[in-house]
Ligand binder design. Structure first.
Ligand code: 3PG
Ligand code: MG
Length: 371
């Protein structure tokens, strides 16, 4: 069982909190485009504040070498606005400046350290035990009583700040992590049948693996495809032989379970007839999962399919769950989040769970749980 925030008394304690507030940025100004992941960690922060805890927060943005690898200053400013209180920020992680701020931190205050991926040790893939020896962990943990990991969207990574504190401090899943895991388990184990899984978006390689596994394990009753996965299944794009063979095998073994669009708009959206067919299928399902938009919804002329399908899911009585960064962005743009049973912050992490894989962060939290 996953250790949660119910398993520790945080009153007056100092907590290291790892969150995932990695956000889409506007390419030229590098300003945050969507604060959705930032909003999702607020319940965990409020709960810790109510316990009068001192909160040292670790997070990342982008990756070294990528254009969206920035400091977290504007994330702290955004969170300050959302929570209507000062969120402290320091351009350091565990050096003198950071330690100085940590020592000054009062109970109930929140300090965000800088982008943890600026530390070389962060990007190494290691076990929790190996990471626990890193300078970052040794230094920061000496100021803390507990570690809370709320970074579900990064829970498939084996990085230092995600795993290294777990063998060293009493460690717990945050409220977002807890909810994410609960909802995926619900979808895969308990959700009423028939279960319809819908895949779209701009990539198809991973989706094909996930589709194969969901059908093989009998988790999905039907699979419906838009976006690039549909193009791949319809043979409308160039792909490697191996991928082509996989698709052929899926179509042969599960033909009656796969629903493909019958018309498309320049291959960039599903057409009117497909929208009608897809809506009928949605009305027959008791549980629905969607990952990835049906078309290039950022462009208005290719938005119709995604809009119609998301609205149909939102207004159906089925248990409805969505995942993947672009799906959440489309749902937020259409203001539909409240109408979904759950919208996951996970992309890759969620995908791994759908494949039946164990996530390193979750495994470590369970392994080092103190009974
Ligand atoms: C994400 O947005 O995918 C997560 O924050 C993990 O980041 P990464 O894919 O760069 O490891
Ligand atoms: Mg990613």
């Amino acid at each position: 069982m996953l250790p949660t925030m119910d398993d520790f008394d945080f009153r007056d304690k100092t907590v290291i909190l790892r969150v995932d507030i990695n956000s889409p940025l506007e390419p030229s100004s590098l300003k945050i485009l969507d604060n959705w992941r930032i909003r999702k960690i607020i319940p965990t922060l409020q709960e810790l504040q109510q316990k009068n805890a001192r909160i040292i927060m670790l997070a990342h943005q982008g990756r070294p070498g990528k254009w969206d690898f920035t400091s977290l200053q504007q994330h702290a400013e955004e969170l300050s606005k959302l929570m209507q209180q000062e969120i402290k920020w320091v351009d350091d992680i565990y050096g003198e400046k950071a330690i100085n701020e940590i020592e000054k931190l009062k109970h109930g205050e929140i300090l965000l350290l800088d982008n943890v991926r600026k530390c070389e040790e962060e990007m190494e893939k290691k076990t929790p035990e190996e990471h626990s020896k890193a300078a970052m962990v040794q230094k920061l943990s000496s100021y803390a009583n507990a570690f809370v990991n709320d970074a579900f969207a990064a829970a498939h990574r084996k990085q230092c700040s995600l795993l290294g504190f777990i063998p060293v401090l009493p460690s717990f899943a945050g409220r977002l992590m807890q909810k994410e895991v609960e909802m995926v388990e619900k979808l895969m184990k308990e959700a009423e049948r028939p279960r319809l899984f819908i895949f779209g978006g701009g990539k198809y390689e991973n989706a094909i693996e996930v589709i194969e596994k969901l059908l093989h394990d009998g988790i999905a009753d039907k699979i419906m495809l838009g976006g690039m996965p549909a193009n791949a299944f319809l043979g409308n794009c160039e792909m490697e032989m191996e991928v082509n063979e996989k698709i052929k095998a899926i179509l042969k073994n599960y033909k009656e379970k796969i629903i493909l669009p019958m018309d498309t708009i320049n291959g960039k959206d599903i057409g009117k007839e497909s929208i009608k067919l897809f809506k009928e299928e949605i009305s027959k399902a008791a549980s629905i999962f969607i990952s990835g938009p049906m078309g290039v919804f950022e462009e208005e002329k290719y938005r119709e399919g995604t809009k119609e399908i998301l609205e149909a899911i939102a207004s159906s009585k089925a248990f409805s769950m969505a995942g993947g960064g672009h799906t959440a962005a489309a749902i937020n743009m259409l203001k539909l989040e409240e109408k979904f049973s759950y919208v996951s912050t996970g992309g890759g992490a969620l995908e791994r769970m759908l494949m039946g894989e164990k996530l390193p962060v979750i495994e470590a939290l369970i392994k080092f749980k103190k009974s």
